[in-house]
Design a protein around this ligand. Sequence first.
Ligand SMILES: *[C@@H]1O[C@H](CO)[C@@H](O)[C@H](O)[C@H]1NC(C)=O
Ligand SMILES: *[C@@H]1O[C@H](CO)[C@@H](O)[C@H](O)[C@H]1NC(C)=O
Ligand SMILES: *[C@@H]1O[C@H](CO)[C@@H](O)[C@H](O)[C@H]1NC(C)=O
Length: 116
Amino acid sequence: MKIIVQVCVLLTVLAFGYSASSTWGIHNATDSIILNKRVFYPAIRNTIQTYYFDVPESYQSNNKVISAIYLQDQFQNSSGPSNFLYAGGPGWTFASIQMRTQTGFGLNVTFVIYGK
Ligand SMILES: *[C@@H]1O[C@H](CO)[C@@H](O)[C@H](O)[C@H]1NC(C)=O
Ligand SMILES: *[C@@H]1O[C@H](CO)[C@@H](O)[C@H](O)[C@H]1NC(C)=O
Ligand SMILES: *[C@@H]1O[C@H](CO)[C@@H](O)[C@H](O)[C@H]1NC(C)=O
């Protein structure tokens, strides 16, 4: 019985570690939302897809310093992408994020970005 409980705890930890949502930085109450956006790409069979998300977006500008980036996986079932902030981010006025889907899955995420 005890072993079963421990296995469950372990699985929960693993599932949590696998979460496809990512957070960079923190924001406080005085920060404003620079961007709030949903991004969706359909699945392609047997394929890992790589997408990039940039702040500011093409043809937009941003002069606020980013304090936090919240990338929320809308699948919420461990099928979301792995995410990597490879340029800018908190402390900068720009950010570039790479999202890599799992094989055969698309992605459906929301970005909420705060700045001051
Ligand atoms: C939020 O951050 C600003 C700028 O760094 C700071 O002046 C302010 O005191 C902070 N507010 C809170 C509630 O922490
Ligand atoms: C993305 O996820 C949201 C929340 O689960 C859902 O309402 C929406 O329909 C999804 N978008 C697409 C294009 O599947
Ligand atoms: C996770 O949810 C998405 C959207 O609802 C779905 O397309 C996908 O097949 C699910 N993944 C698993 C492993 O069930």
